[in-house]
Write a protein that binds this ligand. Structure first.
Ligand SMILES: Cc1cc2nc3c(=O)[nH]c(=O)nc-3n(C[C@H](O)[C@H](O)[C@H](O)COP(=O)(O)OP(=O)(O)OC[C@H]3O[C@@H](n4cnc5c(N)ncnc54)[C@H](O)[C@@H]3O)c2cc1C
Length: 439
């Protein structure tokens, strides 16, 4: 299913309850009442779809990319919050008790406390939930604790709103519309069960073993895992895995890392990982032979099949990981397209795979431009950051429409580079990017 079909499906599902409500013959109400109900219904449909847009489903993230999936998840969460917040204030009718002879709740806005209380509780919890998600970095929780709270909180809010929708909603008195809500609710809850129960059960039958962990640059490690009793995975260069080393597959201790090895190099997978927090700082102490589990492949940073006569890769720091995979695959598969790597680091001792990149220059003609922000006196390469001046110098004399550009690194670097490259003539559709800090 292509991105266009995915978006069409999303819009269709979001509008389905509203369309069914609109199509049924019911006594007319005021426009404000209809707007109020419509806002609530749309908000609830968006909230239920958020479970599937969590970034854990390959069918979604491989089509539209992890960044777009997560940005979309965040954006529509805010929209749902806005709709949910205005929902009770739009009603123009007096709230009144159900009228005798009005079993379909066609003419009343319910005043029944049991039906309203779950709505009110969900309405109060939702802003807190969204605010905690936006300000997560400032809270003193581990990422795993936050993930657990996010998952359980989402189920609680969905269950409260489900009760409110079914018991208070004018249109949910229609069995067809109630059935649609039950389907959407079941899909939402099952998606969570799939990620945290079904997939881990499958992972227990496909374990991996840590084959090597070696330092490759300052505070940066290369981790290699090999399949234990199975054939490994099929993936494409540039994709990433959720990696869990040394924990039960049912634990929440798993982190996303780009695969840095090439699919053509065999069944083992390599990762280039920079020390950052709780898990990554323990890498140097993990013994070879430790059991590992992965959920992979995810992501769409994939150059194979993309347009562009030449390939430019722009990496900032550990953003080199997926780009290494792509360069390695291009080398092993004998892809003859000219390649250029612009690789920025703060210090020269953070450069990963320097000799291998030199070998690629000799063997495949890959042009490598190292950029160092804080160079030692003996540094002879480019200095500073990957900015407009550097891009203009590097691409001087080039026909920019020929280039497919793949970027991975800090968000600010990628946004600036992307704007500059588009202004220089690279079609936006020929720029692929992935961020490591999507939340
Ligand atoms: C698609 C993708 C690919 C990535 N590829 C690489 C890579 O190849 N090499 C590399 O060094 N880093 C990569 N990262 C970043 C890496 O996931 C985090 O640095 C790592 O998870 C930090 O974990 P920690 O427990 O050491 O740090 P913590 O202190 O627990 O977390 C530090 C920060 O890392 C992020 N993070 C932590 N756990 C998770 C998680 N389970 N899911 C999402 N984000 C999390 C959060 O923003 C958190 O605030 C990638 C991130 C993404 C989203």
């Amino acid at each position: 299913m292509g991105p266009f079909l995915l978006v069409t499906l999303y819009v269709a599902v979001m509008l389905l309850p509203l369309a069914l409500a609109w199509s049924g013959a019911r006594p007319a109400r005021s426009v404000w009442d209809e707007l109020a109900t419509g806002a609530g219904m749309l908000a609830f449909a968006i909230i239920l779809a958020e479970f599937v847009l969590s970034g854990r489903f390959r069918a979604v993230s491989k089509k539209i990319g992890m960044d777009v999936t997560m940005r979309f998840h965040q954006l529509v969460a805010r929209s749902a919050l806005g709709l949910a917040l205005i929902h009770p204030f739009l009603y123009a009718s007096d709230f009144s008790r159900a009228q005798p002879g009005d079993p379909t709740r066609a003419l009343t806005v319910t005043y029944d406390l049991a039906s309203l209380s779950t709505g009110i509780l969900g309405w109060l919890l939702l802003p807190a939930f969204v605010l905690i998600s936006i300000g997560r970095d400032k809270l003193d929780y581990t990422y795993e604790t936050w993930r657990m709270m996010h998952g359980l909180g989402a189920v609680l809010i969905a269950a409260l709103l489900m009760h409110h929708t079914l018991s208070a909603g004018r249109y949910s008195a229609d069995p067809l519309i109630a059935g649609v809500w039950w389907c959407l609710f079941a899909i939402a809850v099952s998606s969570l069960l799939f990620v945290y129960v079904v997939r881990p059960m499958w992972q227990t039958r496909r374990p991996w073993t840590v084959a090597a962990i070696r330092p490759v640059a300052s505070r940066t490690w290369e981790v290699e895992i090999e399949p234990d009793g199975h054939e490994g995975i099929r993936y494409e260069a540039g994709q990433f895995a959720w990696l869990n080393i040394g924990n039960s597959p049912f634990s929440l201790h798993e982190n996303p890392f780009s695969i840095s090895s090439a699919p053509a190099s065999g069944k083992s997978l390599q990762f280039v990982i920079k020390e950052l927090g709780d898990f990554t700082r323990t890498l140097g102490r993990i013994p070879v032979g430790t059991r590992a589990y992965i959920d992979a492949p995810h992501g769409n940073l994939i150059v194979m099949g993309q347009p562009g006569k030449k390939i430019a890769l722009i990496a900032g720091g550990v953003g080199i990981a997926p780009l290494l995979s792509i360069l390695r695959e291009l080398r092993l598969s004998g892809d003859g397209r000219p390649t250029l790597l612009i690789y920025g680091n703060r210090q020269a001792d953070q450069i990963v795979a320097r000799e291998e990149l030199d070998a690629m220059t000799l063997e495949c003609g890959t042009r490598v431009v190292h950029v160092v922000g804080e160079p030692e006196p003996d540094w002879t390469g480019a200095t500073g950051i990957i900015d407009r001046a550097l891009l203009e110098t590097t691409f001087a004399g080039e026909t920019m429409a020929d280039w497919l550009v793949v970027m991975c690194g800090p968000g600010a670097m990628m946004e600036a580079a992307e704007d500059t490259l588009i202004e220089m003539g690279v079609p936006a559709s020929q720029i692929l990017s992935e961020r490591f800090d999507y939340d």
